[in-house]
Design a protein around this ligand. Sequence first.
Ligand SMILES: C[S@@+](CC[C@H](N)C(=O)[O-])C[C@H]1O[C@@H](n2cnc3c(N)ncnc32)[C@H](O)[C@@H]1O
Length: 221
Amino acid sequence: MGGGSGEGRHRAWNDHKQRGMTHTIVRGYAAAAEALIGPYEAVATAEVLAPVIDLLPVEPSRIADIGAGTGRDAAWLAEEGHRVTAVEPVAPFRLAGQKLHRRLSIDWLDDRLPDLGTLRTRGPFDMALLNGVWQHLDSDAQEDAMRSLVGILRPGGLAVLSLRHGPGAADRPVFPIDTHETLKNAEAEGFAVLRAEERGSIQSVNRAAGVTWTWVALLRG
Ligand SMILES: C[S@@+](CC[C@H](N)C(=O)[O-])C[C@H]1O[C@@H](n2cnc3c(N)ncnc32)[C@H](O)[C@@H]1O
């Protein structure tokens, strides 16, 4: 027989499954990047972050923007005086972001959820932003990713997540997000829930598709 414990095998299978899924998603974004860069940059960060803007650090802080896309939010945060690491697994987004926001000093990193193995070595951070990323993780990976957020944040650090509800593009698979489960996972990892607020979509294509969002702010214990 052999092959380790049931739990070990389950974990190995989950890791394998998530790696395959992330590979598909990253490939899907890379193929669509040219069409997505303009619309991503056209969104106003202050408008998007409105549900949590009062909770953002005022003092210059170390912030990780995870799943940063073209770095629109990373650039806004850098302009606010923060030291920002933009984590993005899709090369065309990283390259576009580096070019578009070159006058700002943003550290770009090729890393991915749920492990954040490289980002972990660069921490601890005062805040993590995950804007529109969580839906690309299945429920097992969402649990692992919550644990990873604990690993990159300092005690008292803030995690801000926008949870997307609704359909996604066929070549960039999305998974359902159960807000209640997400908050329960967060609390199990020692986070206190500061806010969970429902919002409509700012982007008209998402609005038309019936996409809604929950903005969540979590304080690391
Ligand atoms: C909907 S876009 C949002 C981009 C950006 N945060 C924004 O608001 O414009 C989702 C982003 O998450 C990234 N992403 C997808 N799966 C990821 C993963 N497992 N880890 C980190 N980023 C991921 C994608 O490459 C893409 O840039």
